[in-house]
Structures are given as structure tokens and as C-alpha cells.
Design a binder for this molecule. Structure first.
Ligand code: ATP
Length: 217
């Protein structure tokens, strides 16, 4: 059984930076699928701009018809703060013995020691870090030590055990961020070509970040 990739985020909104990263991981790491899991109630940040339902809808339309991509609504359905460890423990129980790879951007990886029960994450899954520009792998501190102990350059290591390794993988760098997209729409500009058009249509219909100019819809 091929490993499952897990890609969590606020996805406020989902964009091509996320989708391209997930696709390169799907192919290079030989995942059976990548599950996009929008956070219901993100514990590390304040209110999202779009609601959980809107963010889930944007992820759904972004992955619709894309082989190997799955939208997973479990964190939106679950009450209380969305902790990644709870999601991984659930997925582990549903997929005994199967390899699971948690995909994180390097910025997210560097914040890992602030996550709830972060030291249990590697018991449930591998961590796959997508390398983004301007971010260097830590060589000191708790993450430096963890990389020393658990880091691997071999993709096969992620297939040969269900959890416990860390693999850093370079992906095509698309300098797109959800924050920039929200600011762009708030400023009256159009996010076209930064995301699949069905996602932009959800933004237009829901007006979750502001109104889009009708002439281009
Ligand atoms: P925001 O600007 O609101 O912080 P974001 O664009 O960073 O959002 P998130 O939903 O917070 O998006 O990110 C989900 C995951 O995707 C994180 O692991 C993050 O590191 C990664 N990620 C975000 N943008 C990119 C990108 N352009 N390329 C690769 N990975 C990305």
C-alpha cells in the first residue's frame, strides 16, 4: 500500500502554491493520494477571513476532478480547536500499518515546536517538508536535533515504515500566499491565475474577501 499524503492548512484561500506543492509531492514521493484538510478552528491564528464552510468549499472545487487529490472535511466537522495530532491519530486508526506523510511548508515546520503535542506527531506520521525560498533547514535547537535523529534523504524510507522519519523535499517555488490574495481582493483587484478559476468563482459569489469586478467574471 502506497503512503497517504496529508496536507493541512487554513487555505484562506487555497492557491496554486498549495496545489503545485501537493502535486509534486504526490508524484515524487509516490503517494497514493494527497488529502487536503482545511483547518476548522485554527489554534495558532485569529479568525480566518472566509468561514470554515467557504474554505472547505474552495478546497473541494480546487481538487474536483484532479486524480490523487482528496478534500477531507474532518477538521471542519470536529468541534473545538483543530489540532493536527488529533487528525493524525484518527487517520492512523483508520489506516493501520499504512505509511502517512504530513506535508508542511518550511515555515510551518519551523513553528512545529509550538504545536499541541508536537512530540507525538512522528509516532503517527512521517513529516515531509516542502522547501520554500528564504527558509533554511534548522541545524540547532529541538528541530535540529530531531532532523539529526529522524531526517532521511531516501524516499523509500517513507514507504518502508508507517511513521517517524523527516524528509525535506525541494518543490517548484511559487511565491503566492493566501495573505497576499486576501489583500489583493480587499484592494479591489482580481486574483485570477493565482488559483484555479472555480476557487475564484467561490470568492466572487461569497464575497468573502470583498467584491470582484463583474467585467472579468
Ligand atoms: P497565509 O498567507 O494566510 O498564512 P498560506 O498561503 O501560507 O496562508 P496556509 O493555508 O497557511 O497558506 O498554508 C498551508 C500549508 O501550505 C503550510 O504548510 C504552508 O507552509 C504551505 N504553503 C503555503 N503557501 C505555499 C507556497 N506558495 N508554496 C508551497 N507551500 C506553501
Amino acid at each position: 500500500m502506497m503512503p497517504i499524503g496529508v496536507f493541512g492548512g487554513t487555505f484562506d484561500p487555497v492557491h496554486y502554491g498549495h496545489l503545485r506543492t501537493a502535486f509534486e509531492m504526490l508524484q515524487a514521493l509516490r503517494f497514493a493520494e494527497v488529502r487536503f484538510i482545511p483547518c476548522g478552528d485554527p489554534p495558532h491564528r485569529g479568525e480566518t477571513s472566509a468561514s470554515a464552510t467557504e474554505r472547505l468549499e474552495m478546497v473541494r472545487v480546487a481538487v474536483a476532478g484532479q486524480p490523487g487529490f482528496v478534500a477531507d472535511d474532518r477538521e471542519v466537522r470536529r468541534d473545538g480547536p483543530s489540532y493536527t495530532i488529533d487528525t493524525l491519530v484518527e487517520l492512523r486508526a483508520e489506516n493501520p500499518g499504512r505509511s502517512i506523510g504530513l506535508i508542511l511548508g518550511m515555515d510551518a515546520f519551523l513553528g512545529l515546536p509550538r504545536w499541541h503535542r508536537w512530540d507525538e506527531i512522528l509516532d503517527a506520521a512521517h513529516i515531509v517538508v516542502a522547501h520554500r525560498p528564504g527558509w533554511r533547514a534548522p541545524d540547532i535547537g529541538p528541530l535540529g536535533e530531531l532532523l539529526d535523529a529522524r531526517g532521511t534523504l531516501r524516499v523509500d524510507d517513507l514507504h518502508e515504515s508507517p511513521a517517524g522519519r523527516i524528509h525535506i523535499h525541494a518543490v517548484t517555488q511559487l511565491e503566492i500566499s493566501s495573505t497576499e490574495i486576501r489583500e489583493l481582493v480587499e484592494a479591489g483587484r482580481d486574483p485570477r491565475f493565482l488559483m484555479p478559476d472555480p476557487v475564484r468563482q467561490v470568492i466572487a459569489a461569497s464575497k468573502c474577501y470583498g467584491e470582484l469586478d463583474n467585467r472579468y467574471l
